[in-house]
Design a binder for this molecule. Structure first.
Ligand SMILES: [Zn+2]
Ligand SMILES: [Zn+2]
Length: 168
């Protein structure tokens, strides 16, 4: 979605309130399909101070993720604060000065939201810091029960590899 900021850049207006919902179905993050339990929302304002134009606001959403240890689905709420200086210069020139480019006065709010999702994405995709995960041998969810598998036993395939490595 794009928002026309021409009046702001030309000084006819000093502020423009922006409230946008992105009804993402899916979002691809490093080949992982992420879904959302409700639309991602941007709430904020573009404003003009001393002939310069800024954007500030908050991106909020709830990601539906799958725990990398136990595979259980869980929700992860994100809140990302945005404060950017905007420029009408083109993308390459803008990037050098770390400004956000608004070509033809059109602010691409979807782009801003997408960046926020990437920046706010959790480092570790786990349902809980203490999630015990699944047993690698029998697949039991170790958060719910335990199993009889011998954890210290070395996989026979690894033993063979160990022999090979020790040959030279
Ligand atoms: Zn888990
Ligand atoms: Zn087991």
């Amino acid at each position: 979605m794009k928002i026309d900021l021409k009046e702001l850049f030309e000084g006819q207006k000093n502020t423009i309130d922006i409230e946008v919902q992105e009804p993402y179905k899916n979002f691809n993050y490093y080949n992982e399909e992420i879904s959302f339990s409700k639309p991602v929302v941007f709430k904020g304002q573009a404003y003009r101070v001393n002939h310069e134009v800024f954007l500030k606001g908050i991106v909020e959403g709830v990601l539906l993720l799958k725990c990398h240890r136990c595979l259980a689905p869980f929700e992860h709420a994100i809140t990302h604060h945005i404060h950017e200086k905007l420029t009408v210069r083109n993308h390459e020139q803008a990037e050098e000065d770390e400004l956000f480019s608004v070509e033809d006065y059109m602010l691409d709010i979807s782009d801003i939201i997408e960046n926020s999702l990437v920046l706010a994405f959790p480092m570790k995709v786990v349902c809980d810091e203490n999630c015990k995960g699944l047993c690698l041998v029998c697949g039991t969810d170790l958060n719910e029960s335990s199993c009889e598998c011998e954890k210290s036993e070395i996989d026979p395939r690894l033993l063979k590899l160990k022999d090979l490595l020790q040959q030279d």
